[in-house]
Design a protein around this ligand. Structure first.
Ligand SMILES: [Zn+2]
Ligand SMILES: [Zn+2]
Length: 324
C-alpha cells in the first residue's frame, strides 16, 4: 500500500495499491489540471528526490519549503510560543531530516492550516508529532484523507494560545483562515495569511482572489468582509504563503487601501479609470477606508440609481461594459 500525492497541488490521498484517478482539489476551479494531465508521486519517492530548506525570519519564527519546488510551492511556518511550537500551513514533504530537526526544536503542539490547498500531508505531520490539526469546519468536505488528529472549529476566531489566534475571514475558501501572532520580537505583531491574503510583488499591495491560477476575483462583499475582520487586529508585518512575500511594516494600512481599491475597481471602475502614468491609477492616491476598516458601499453596476428629477430612471454604465 502506498500514500500518493498529487503533483499539482500536493494533496495526499489514503493508502491504496494503485494511484488515485482524480484529484478533486485540482478539479475545483480554484486549482487546475495540467494540460498533460494529472500526475502522482508516492510519499517515499518525494522524500528521495526532494528536501526541505529552512529560513529564520525572527527568533521565534521559522519557515520551511520543499526544494526543488513541489506542487504549489508554498512554505509552512513554525512559530515558537509559550504553549509549544505551532505549524502554520503545511507542506507535502515530511522527511527524516525534517522530523529530526522539528523534534530538536521541541516537536509540534498544534497544526493550523489556512485552507484546503495547504492540507497536503498534514496527516503525516500530525501523526509524527501527535499534534491536533485545527481546520475550519466550513472546509471539512475538502479533506481528502481522514486523520484522527483533525479538529474542526466552527466559530469566527479560535485562540491557540496566549499570543496566537486564528481568524476566519472566508474569501478564497468559505473557511479561509489567517493567523494573528502578537508576540513578535518587537511586540508589533504579525499576520500569517497563507494565500487568503496574497502579498503582491513589491509588497506595497495585497490582493484577494477566488481562484489564483485561473485569475477569478471575489465579490466586493467578500472583500469588505475580509477587510473588516482584519481591521481590529494589532499587527505590523504580513507573512504570505510564498518565499519573499513579506510586508515588513505598515500591514494594516496596506490591507485597507488594497481592499478599498479592489472594491472600487470591481464595482465602478473607479474615478480616473483608465488612468495614465502617474495619474489617478496610483494606489497611493486612493481614498482610505474609514477608521473601522469599512469600505464605502457603492452602487452595483447595472443597478438603477435614484430617479432623476423630471427624466425618470437611468441606468449606470460601467467603463468597459461595451467591450464584452
Ligand atoms: Zn491536486
Ligand atoms: Zn489557495
Amino acid at each position: 500500500m502506498t500514500v500518493f500525492l498529487c503533483c499539482t497541488c500536493g494533496t495526499s490521498y489514503p493508502d491504496v495499491s494503485r494511484q488515485p484517478e482524480r484529484c478533486p482539489i485540482c478539479e475545483d476551479e480554484r486549482q487546475f489540471i495540467p494540460t498533460l494531465g494529472q500526475a502522482w508521486i508516492s510519499r517515499d519517492a518525494l522524500a528521495s528526490t526532494h528536501r526541505n530548506a529552512w529560513r529564520r525570519h525572527e527568533p521565534d519564527l521559522l519557515s520551511l519549503q520543499t526544494v526543488p519546488a513541489f506542487a504549489i510551492d508554498q512554505r509552512a511556518f513554525l512559530l515558537r510560543t509559550p504553549e509549544g511550537n505551532i505549524l502554520w500551513d503545511c507542506i507535502a514533504l515530511l522527511d527524516a531530516a525534517t522530523e529530526d530537526l522539528v523534534r530538536g526544536l521541541g516537536g509540534l503542539s498544534m497544526i493550523a492550516i489556512s485552507h484546503p490547498h495547504y492540507y497536503t500531508a498534514m496527516q503525516d505531520w500530525a501523526a509524527a508529532f501527535d499534534a491536533p490539526i485545527y481546520l475550519h469546519a466550513a472546509d471539512r468536505d475538502w479533506v481528502m484523507r481522514p486523520s484522527p488528529h483533525a479538529r474542526f472549529w466552527d466559530s469566527e476566531t479560535l485562540e491557540l494560545g496566549s499570543a496566537v489566534t486564528l481568524i476566519r475571514t472566508g474569501g478564497h475558501f468559505a473557511g479561509g483562515t489567517v493567523l494573528h501572532w502578537s508576540s513578535t520580537a518587537d511586540g508589533a505583531g504579525a499576520l500569517l495569511v497563507g494565500d487568503i491574503v496574497q502579498v503582491a510583488p513589491g509588497a506595497r499591495t495585497v490582493s484577494f482572489m477566488w481562484s489564483y491560477p485561473n485569475m477569478m476575483p471575489l465579490p466586493g462583499a467578500e472583500i469588505r468582509q475580509i477587510a473588516s475582520r482584519l481591521a481590529p487586529l494589532g499587527y505590523d508585518r504580513i507573512y504570505g504563503a510564498f518565499a519573499g512575500q513579506e510586508v515588513a511594516q505598515g500591514g494594516p494600512a496596506i490591507v485597507a487601501r488594497s481592499a478599498a481599491r479592489y472594491v472600487e475597481l470591481l464595482e465602478r471602475g473607479g474615478p480616473g479609470y483608465p488612468a495614465g502614468p502617474g495619474k489617478e491609477g496610483s494606489l497611493e492616491n486612493r481614498q482610505a477606508p474609514d477608521e473601522g476598516g469599512r469600505i464605502p458601499s457603492r452602487a452595483k453596476p447595472g443597478i438603477l440609481e435614484e430617479p432623476e428629477a423630471e427624466t425618470g430612471y437611468r441606468s449606470v454604465k460601467r467603463p468597459g461594459n461595451d467591450r464584452l
